[in-house]
Design a protein around this ligand. Structure first.
Ligand SMILES: *[C@@H]1O[C@H](CO)[C@@H](O)[C@H](O)[C@H]1NC(C)=O
Ligand SMILES: *[C@@H]1O[C@H](CO)[C@@H](O)[C@H](O)[C@H]1NC(C)=O
Ligand SMILES: *[C@@H]1O[C@H](CO)[C@@H](O)[C@H](O)[C@H]1NC(C)=O
Ligand SMILES: *[C@@H]1O[C@H](CO)[C@@H](O)[C@H](O)[C@H]1NC(C)=O
Length: 749
């Protein structure tokens, strides 16, 4: 086995070695796709046509999706289960992890990986074969209901998250499912209820919206994170409810057979989102391999007849079943995988990594006169306001409903976990009060303005700090009505700020929020974006408020001053035209020179940093060997070899970051690239980042790698990633704000 793998790795090295040599990778154990596909084919060869067809449709069973067993061949079936941020679908004893939007805000690849490891361990412990995540749709619409499950508005950041998520989970032996493929950027009108017979359209037919976009936009924005997950070796891809350019995503020959299986050489399977399949034969021909949950019996046994009548070849059926089984062999699930028990407790000490992710994803947006962090010797008196500070009165899942508002840990729908517990900020503040001798008053009924106003006249109020917790919730199946805080949180902030000179607002929001009604109020001296932090919200926020953790998260979308500034919105018709092209989020604000409230990539710290010594070299000449480390870190036996070519490092960018303040902390230097005109790119695009943790006074050299793909644009004529000729500008910045650019240089190709 080991010899075989070494052989494969040597081949990989040869493929990549056209510009520089690569060391033998440390992790060589494990099966390759080629080996897994061969094993799958040998099982398929022993199956009857009926068994093979039946395998292409989900059946009833213990999990949300189930693939039939074939006892005669010692194959015990497959279990598919939600969700991207922990085991979902009401399974007991599953950690409610900080969701995608929070892990993305950490900008920390090490945490991307370690969180996915913990999630993967919980899936494996319960005997689940396929986890239905990660979710990597782009935050194109600020109000989109599922933004919280994904990784924000930038394809590069989303791609890095997708890559390390897949790797962390598949390293535990659990198959990841990249979803929702593709252009599922809104919930409104997402469903397609069609008819199998296109010659006799059903008058009651309702089609899900069609996302309409061009080839360049598809490649440079929406396909980018899916391509990263394929490169990582993802075993499954879930097609989405919507249509793409007029064809349902689960029977879309262009996106499934063309882009995914053709161009990206994706060897795994395509599974439908639950109920997204609306046709049998057309879907099979369009590239769908497995229909979930299978209730409508559009595929499965009915395909036997389709083969008999020549509508589908048996070869295609073999291909479908091979793709369903290959990931199972790839991750060695045929060797002693745990039995299925969805309620088995495998949470171990995952609260620790969960708390770390929550804290690392908090973003400090405003800190006038360093009001934060609090000093328990001098800041001893606190007033806490807002339902979002405490527990909902009806459990963790009702906290987003206006009448039951409470602290939010995750959003709603199939992406959520049935949290076994969750700790709200108020509870943790009360613990802090006991241990540090603080005095805390609170009003969590935010409709009770009589009680709120009464607090302004109480003894001790005048020298106290006021913490106002606001929230915004969303869930699968609907988009948000507005970009304002739940239960008129704006009025709450304004009321408190009009009396309290030291008002600190904590924003517990699923995605973009309009902060304009109060952000410039002179008494709002501190703002922390707490995002959607999972069940360790309370301990994590207290650590940040009192300086036990120095915040360093960064925005993963732009927050606009006016809602119309985003330039994109939910479509209420059944057409969603992506007319903005590649000019999304900061790329759009840059193009039209619109000043947002908070820039993409922005976030401050309790300490300060300086930047120096920018140097650009080609990977070939490099003495720092960041490129080989980069590849070593990313290489697995199950990577998709076909795709890796475009991820070959070609430039190394090095510079030094120094913590010039008095507190330990972290910064996220971001590499924005300016392309030659030929590439038709926005003024700048994110192409690198790293979160650097530095002790007070410490300096570190940072090495970022630019790959072939990073410096390319999608050439719609040649249908290839193409390097433009001319001058590329490299900016090292701490946000997408040009005023935050710290270092600048260029290279010429
Ligand atoms: C295939 O599915 C059909 C319909 O559910 C069922 O009648 C048949 O027994 C199944 N065959 C096998 C081999 O599983
Ligand atoms: C049957 O599968 C189990 C794991 O599911 C494996 O441990 C066992 O060796 C297999 N037996 C045969 C005869 O292949
Ligand atoms: C708080 O300050 C206000 C304005 O300075 C003053 O009118 C009020 O009496 C003070 N309240 C208390 C309880 O000290
Ligand atoms: C930049 O890096 C290259 C390759 O490591 C090295 O030869 C060169 O001296 C460096 N330049 C500066 C200004 O540090």
């Amino acid at each position: 086995m080991l010899n075989n793998c070494l052989f494969v790795i040597v081949i990989v090295s040869c493929l990549l070695s056209s510009t520089f040599s690569i060391p033998i990778y440390s992790k060589v154990q494990g099966r390759t796709w080629d080996q897994a596909i061969a094993m799958a084919k040998s099982l398929v060869a022993q199956m009857t046509l009926e068994e093979k067809c039946n395998m292409t449709s989900g059946i009833k069973g213990p999990c949300v999706g189930n693939v039939l067993s074939i006892p005669r061949l010692n194959f015990s079936g497959l279990c598919f289960q939600d969700a991207p941020s922990g085991v979902g679908d009401k399974a007991l004893h599953s950690t409610a992890f900080a969701p995608g939007i929070q892990i993305a805000a950490t900008w920390d690849r090490d945490l991307f990986y370690r969180r996915a490891v913990a999630i993967g361990q919980e899936f494996k412990n319960k005997g689940i074969h396929f986890a239905l995540g990660p979710m990597m749709n782009i935050d194109r619409n600020a109000r989109a209901g599922r933004n919280w499950e994904g990784f924000g508005a930038d394809p590069y950041l989303s791609g890095e998250n997708s890559f390390y998520y897949v790797q962390g989970m598949q390293d535990q032996g659990v198959v990841s499912t990249a979803k929702h493929y593709i252009c599922n950027e809104q919930e409104t009108h997402r469903m397609y209820i069609g008819s199998d017979n296109f010659n006799q359209p059903n008058p009651s037919i309702t089609k899900g919206y069609s996302a309409n976009l061009n080839d360049k936009t598809m490649h440079e924005i929406y396909l980018w994170p899916f391509a990263a997950s394929v490169a990582a070796g993802v075993g499954s891809v879930m097609c989405s409810y919507n249509q793409v350019n007029g064809t349902p995503a689960c029977q879309n020959d262009k996106t499934l057979n063309g882009l995914l299986k053709g161009e990206l050489e994706y060897p795994g399977n395509v599974m439908s989102d639950w109920g997204a399949t609306k046709t049998g034969v057309e879907s099979v021909l369009g590239g769908l391999d497995i229909d979930m949950p299978g209730d409508l019996k559009l595929m499965g046994f009915t395909l036997v007849q389709a083969v008999d009548t020549g509508k589908i070849t048996e070869e295609r059926i073999n291909d479908m079943v091979t793709r369903i089984l290959a990931p199972y062999y790839l991750l060695e699930q045929d060797q002693g995988y745990p039995s299925i028990d969805l309620d088995r407790d495998g949470t171990e000490d995952h609260y620790k990594i969960n708390q770390q992710v929550a804290a690392a994803g908090f973003i400090l947006l405003k800190n006038t006169n360093n009001v934060l962090p609090f000093n328990v010797k001098t800041d001893t008196h606190f007033y806490v306001y807002g339902a979002a500070a405490g527990q909902s009165d009806e459990g963790f899942h009702s906290a987003g409903r206006p009448e039951h508002a409470g602290a939010l840990y995750q959003g709603g729908g199939s992406g959520s976990t049935d949290a076994p517990y969750a700790i709200d900020p108020l509870t943790s503040l009360l613990n802090k009060a006991r241990n540090s001798h603080l005095h805390i008053h609170y009003i969590t009924n935010q409709f009770d303005y009589i009680a709120i106003v009464d607090t302004f006249h109480t003894h001790g109020f005048n020298n106290s700090k006021c913490l106002v917790f606001i929230s915004a919730y969303s869930f699968e199946g609907a988009d948000r009505d507005s970009l304002h805080a739940l239960d008129d949180g704006n009025e709450l902030v304004r009321t408190v700020a009009s009396h309290c000179a030291n008002t600190i607002v904590i924003v517990n929001s699923v995605s973009q929020l309009n902060l304009e009604p109060w952000i410039d109020h002179p008494n709002v001296v501190g703002v922390i974006w707490s995002g959607l932090p999972g069940s360790e919200y309370g301990p994590a926020i207290v650590d940040v408020l009192f300086g036990d953790y120095n915040p360093g998260g960064k925005m993963v979308f732009t927050v606009a001053k006016k809602d119309s500034d985003y330039g994109t919105d939910i479509s209420l018709s059944f057409k969603s035209d992506y007319t903005e092209g590649v000019f999304l989020d900061y790329r759009h604000f840059d193009k039209y020179n619109i000043t947002p409230r908070f820039y993409f990539g922005f976030g401050i710290s309790y300490t300060t940093f300086s930047f120096s010594k920018l140097n650009i070299s080609t990977s070939r000449k490099s003495k720092h060997s960041a490129s080989s480390q980069y590849q070593q870190h990313r290489m697995r036996s199950y990577n998709s070899i076909g795709t890796l070519k475009v991820y070959e490092p070609v430039y190394e960018i090095t510079f030094t970051v120094t913590n010039t303040g008095r507190m330990d902390g972290s910064e996220v230097p971001q590499l924005y690239l300016g392309f030659p005109a030929e590439a038709e790119q926005p003024p700048k695009v994110l192409r690198g980042f790293e979160r650097i943790y530095l002790s007070a006074g410490e300096s570190k050299q940072v090495s970022l790698v630019l790959t072939q793909k990073d410096i390319s644009y999608w050439n719609v004529v040649n249908q290839k990633w193409t390097v433009a000729h001319g001058i590329y500008t490299v900016w090292i910045s701490t946000s997408a704000n040009n005023a935050d650019i710290k270092l600048q240089s260029s290279f010429n190709i």
